[in-house]
Write a protein that binds this ligand. Structure first.
Ligand code: HEC
Length: 147
């Protein structure tokens, strides 16, 4: 009886641990996928600028980036600093700063959206530059160098 209980408890712990590790791996993949999509949206905006295309299509890209950004900063649960991730420990030690950097990007996407709606390519170009700076500012503090 006692032994059975022990086995059950150990079994539950092992199963729980495995689920936990799996969930962390999933959330790391999810947030990396989120960033891949934000990068793709930025590339699409760059394409419009380079080709002097229709800035109205940038409105959609900006909205997509906003949606991605609002999900992104919630994808850093405790424990997800371990694994195949480039997120630096500063994300967790300075969560307020990390979230502020995300809000900053959010504001840049808003400006991009307004500029895009105006149809002014110069304004879109400037706002795109600012959005790029917002990416870089967060990476500088919270992401490990990629090379
Ligand atoms: C609030 C902070 C923050 C902002 C803002 C931010 N990033 Fe990142 N980014 C990160 C972190 C942290 C990682 C590492 C995630 C990981 O590996 O778990 C990352 C990873 C990435 C990656 C690599 C994804 C992969 O394949 O692993 C790309 C590409 C990227 N970001 C692009 C961008 C672009 C483009 C922007 C701006 C439009 C941006 N990021 C804005 C924090 C940020």
């Amino acid at each position: 009886m006692k032994k059975t209980l022990m086995v059950a408890v150990v079994g539950a712990l092992v199963a729980g641990g495995a689920t936990f590790a799996l969930a962390q791996a999933d959330v790391i993949k999810e947030r990396q996928e989120n960033r891949k999509q934000v990068a793709a949206a930025m590339r699409s905006v760059k394409g419009v600028i380079d080709s002097k295309g229709d800035t109205k299509t940038v409105v959609e890209a900006a909205a997509k980036m906003k949606a991605l950004e609002s999900a992104f900063d919630k994808m850093f649960p405790a424990g997800s600093d371990k694994g195949d991730t480039k997120a630096l420990p500063t994300v967790w030690s300075d969560m307020a700063g990390f979230q502020a950097a995300s809000k900053n990007a959010d504001a840049a996407f808003d400006k991009l959206s307004v500029a895009a709606g105006s149809g002014d390519l110069a304004a879109v170009t400037a706002a795109f530059g600012d959005a790029g700076k917002a990416c870089g500012a967060c990476h500088e503090k919270y992401r490990a160098k990629t090379n």
